[in-house]
Design a protein around this ligand. Structure first.
Ligand SMILES: NC(=O)c1ccc[n+]([C@@H]2O[C@H](COP(=O)([O-])OP(=O)(O)OC[C@H]3O[C@@H](n4cnc5c(N)ncnc54)[C@H](O)[C@@H]3O)[C@@H](O)[C@H]2O)c1
Length: 381
């Protein structure tokens, strides 16, 4: 060996996973989730369930595995932003350990909302340096967002998703039947993520929300346009995610609504400053606030701004919150996001409904004016 010798390891990591619309995913005849891993004598699975789905769907899920002669163990977790933490993650790790999960042939099955999917994905990514898992979302955000990306994460020290990994599942199976039991505020929250995609890149999706948003909320997505709206939203997300899966490019349109909201959402939950916000509610407020910034700059037409506010309201989403009226909080939130974006603002900004660019020159003065405007516009919507 001499002093200047060099070894280099260079390889690529191919990623391929399917996101399947799968009605009745736990009906006996449906074997989609069993296409991964061992089946037949001795087959086993650890299934991790969101506590709030157990009452309505738990028995059917258990019967599904016994029907297929899979020896299944179940871990039931409380799922909320405030329990998306290391403690819950370690409960999953403990369950994996006690189950003696085989490293490749017994994929863990996660059934729940975005919180559960993110926690199981994270635990799967660190257990034995990575074991396979499958996502079955049961909330609207789970269907249109948390099942699509490669990302996992948990909150740490009151910071959203501060610990996490890029760790795609084997597959995601989307069954909107679960939405029938979802509380309205969580339907609204999911509509907020759909609205984000509509405003930033899909004016037709916006038109659909404008026409049917309130009915979708009313019917818990049991609606003739539900499939089209979910599919358009997923397609838009995947168009953005796939070419930039590892987020090498930190200018991401899907970060629209996620510039000020991460800190504000956590503050609203942990500091009791205004009502506690659901994820999609915080995203929507960020969308509305960003739209005001764009409008005050003369980019987004005023009429588009008012349409966006009115659609949000029609879908049960908040249009104001005290934390979005506080320039100091907004500035702090932006500073934290800029770290995430490698010291750049990279603020996605709509120039009209369905079309956007990025902004990197937001000033304190504009933050203040937009915060005031958010209060003043309430009387007009
Ligand atoms: N990894 C990603 O790319 C990604 C993308 C978007 C969002 N997320 C994460 O998703 C989370 C938000 O997800 P969420 O809105 O699903 O919240 P959530 O998981 O907290 O679910 C909302 C509530 O609904 C309950 N619930 C779940 N399914 C139900 C059902 N079918 N019927 C009745 N109640 C049900 C849950 O127990 C919870 O109380 C955030 O933590 C966010 O960071 C991750």
């Amino acid at each position: 060996m001499n002093d200047s010798q060099l070894w280099e390891i260079s390889t690529t990591l191919p990623v391929r996973f399917g996101i399947f619309i799968t009605p009745n995913v736990f009906s006996y005849f449906n074997k989609k989730i069993l296409e991964h891993g061992n089946v037949g004598p001795g087959a086993r699975r650890l299934v991790i369930l969101d506590r709030n789905i157990v009452g309505e769907y738990g028995d059917a899920i258990k019967r599904y595995f016994s029907f297929h002669k899979i020896e299944a163990e179940f871990l039931i977790l409380d799922c909320h932003e405030s329990t998306k933490d290391l403690e819950s993650t370690l409960k999953i790790v403990d369950a994996l350990e006690e189950f003696h999960v085989a490293r490749r042939s017994e994929p863990v099955i996660a059934v729940g909302g975005g919180v559960l999917l993110d926690m199981v994905g994270f635990a799967a990514s660190i257990y034995r340096r990575g074991i396979p898992y499958i996502r079955v979302p049961t909330t609207l955000i789970g269907l249109v967002d948390a099942s699509l990306a490669a990302k996992t994460g948990i909150n740490y020290k009151v910071r959203r998703n501060r610990l996490g990994s890029y760790y795609p599942p084997l597959a995601s199976y989307l069954d909107r039947v679960f939405l029938k039991t979802l509380e309205k505020k969580h339907i609204s929250s999911g509509l907020g993520e759909i609205l984000k995609m509509a405003v930033v890149k899909d004016s037709q999706l916006f038109d659909l929300l404008e026409r049917h948003g309130s009915e979708l909320l009313e019917s818990n997505f049991d609606h003739p346009f539900a499939n089209e709206i979910i599919a358009r939203s997923i397609t838009g997300m995947i168009e953005e995610l796939e070419p930039n899966l590892w987020e090498k490019d930190l200018r991401r349109l899907v970060d629209f609504g996620h510039s000020f909201s991460p800190i504000i959402e956590m503050k609203s939950i942990h500091e009791g400053y205004g009502p506690a916000l659901e994820h999609g509610e915080a995203v929507t407020l960020d969308v509305l606030y960003s739209c005001i910034i764009s409008c005050l700059r003369g980019s987004l037409p005023r009429n588009d701004l008012l349409r966006i506010f009115r659609v949000s309201k029609s879908m049960g989403l908040p249009t104001n919150h005290p934390l979005f009226n506080d320039p100091d909080v907004l500035e702090l939130a932006l500073a934290d996001t800029m770290k995430h974006r490698d010291n750049a603002q990279n603020l996605p900004m709509p120039i009209r409904i369905g079309e956007s660019g990025f902004l990197n020159t937001l000033t304190r003065d504009e933050i203040e004016r937009a915060a005031r405007h958010l209060e003043n516009i309430q009387g007009e919507i």
